[in-house]
Design a binder for this molecule. Sequence first.
Ligand SMILES: Nc1ncnc2c1ncn2[C@@H]1O[C@H](COP(=O)(O)OP(=O)(O)OP(=O)(O)O)[C@@H](O)[C@H]1O
Length: 306
Amino acid sequence: MLAARNLTRRFGTLLAVDDISFEVEPGTVLGFLGPNGAGKSTTMKMLTGFLSPTSGTAEVFGHDIRRDSVAARTMIGYLPEGAPLYGELTVSQLLQFIADARGFSGPERDRRVADAAARLELGGVMEQTIETLSKGFKRRVGLAQAILHDPPVLILDEPTDGLDPNQKQQVRHLIREMAPDKIIVISTHILEEVDALCSRAMIIARGRLLADDTPAGLLTRSRYHNAVTLHVDDPERSASRLGRLDEAREVEVRNARVTVFPSGRGNLFQAVSRLIEAEGWEVQQLQYEPGRLDEVFRTITREEAA
Ligand SMILES: Nc1ncnc2c1ncn2[C@@H]1O[C@H](COP(=O)(O)OP(=O)(O)OP(=O)(O)O)[C@@H](O)[C@H]1O
């Protein structure tokens, strides 16, 4: 497994990462969420041995990243922020160089390079120098070098940053495909990505770990969790009627939409549906709300700031 043990990093007087600890098992895609400057990249750099912690450490399947660095790094594939690469090399040269550095030679080296290139669809740019590639292709070359040795742990700093919608889908598909037997840690600003990809999510702000849960668990913290939203012709009148339901705790009207919050008694969705039918309301849209991740994110990170 991958473990962070009291990871802490200072830059001068700035406490960028403040005593972060967690453990991750194979089969997990862990998403780091947080505002700009929260400490996500710094945490990832320390997990990969790229940056020394001020205190604390990380462990990869029992290998301490500080004391047993080579063994730990062998088990990690890392996509750094911005994917810094050697611009003057061609994609083929870079991947061969990485394969050499990872200890492969002969046909095995060629097979690894071909396989990583195929998985990231780099076939058309293999002989192009990296500095002439588009941002999305650079990102994909960065991903190819991270997965080339098929490591059990992947640390990917904003893996879909700069990719067009098709490429985003393709990279998410690749991550999902690799997920069952690996530990994958990604950082992202895209909340829908957490829902689509992650089995676990951590919210980090000001260097501190503020929430550690499944995406579904985070949604239960939303005030919209289990609420019902409807688009009706006369929202104010409907809202006042809906507010009298025993199943409703509170009603809110916003942008001509009525949201009814559950009291915890009975089934709110059924009660709202029955009322719509009984009253003969014209309803354009009726929606059950699992919860809103953007609201949970804002609430948790704002509470911290306050
Ligand atoms: N080498 C460095 N020297 C000084 N300060 C640094 C250094 N690296 C990072 N920081 C600071 O540490 C804090 C955390 O930065 P970090 O890059 O880890 O945030 P992040 O969560 O990855 O942000 P983003 O979402 O914008 O990528 C920021 O305030 C940043 O300016």
